[in-house]
Design a protein around this ligand. Structure first.
Ligand SMILES: [Fe+2]
Length: 159
């Protein structure tokens, strides 16, 4: 077993960084979904939702940077091209969505995928004693689960 400069197992760290790149790619798709619905939303709830989607993409933008910098901290290179992002896509791509319920459902469906990727990284980082990645996943999961609850409440649906 070999250890890197931050005291983590080299092999496990490499695998975690690869998983974080999958998360990064999918977060960029989620981010772009949010930009799309922020721009294209129409109807009587425009003013509410236009602002809410901006709040969400601003938050996603911060998280994208945190994920990329964690990948660098683990000694790997963050994916940064659209080509690589689409290859790792699990989050659904929303195109020309202007109807409010479809827009909110896109958020729920996107977060469901992100949460699944994050839980896998949570497990792997726990096993590797990678507290930095583990706590980041833990924070993301808690926040996103709350967002899903709110979006489902808006849709008048239970979790
Ligand atoms: Fe805007």
């Amino acid at each position: 077993m070999t250890f890197n400069s931050i005291g983590l197992d080299t092999k496990q760290t490499k695998a975690i960084a690869e998983d974080l790149n999958v998360l990064l790619a999918n977060f960029q798709i989620y981010y772009q979904n949010l930009r799309g619905i922020h721009w294209n939303i129409k109807g009587k709830r425009f003013f509410d939702l236009h602002v809410k989607f901006e709040e969400l993409y601003t938050d996603a933008n911060v998280k994208v940077d945190e994920i990329a910098e964690r990948i660098l901290t683990l000694g790997a290179t963050p994916l940064h091209t659209f080509e690589d992002y689409t290859k790792s896509a699990k989050v659904p791509v929303g195109k020309n969505i202007s109807q409010d319920e479809k827009a909110v459902r896109l958020i729920v469906d996107s977060l469901k995928e992100l949460l699944q990727i994050e839980r896998e990284i949570l497990d792997a980082s726990g096993e590797a004693n990678d507290e930095g990645t583990n706590s980041m996943m833990s924070d993301f999961i808690t926040e996103q689960e709350k967002t899903v609850w709110m979006m489902k409440a808006w849709l008048d649906e239970s979790i």
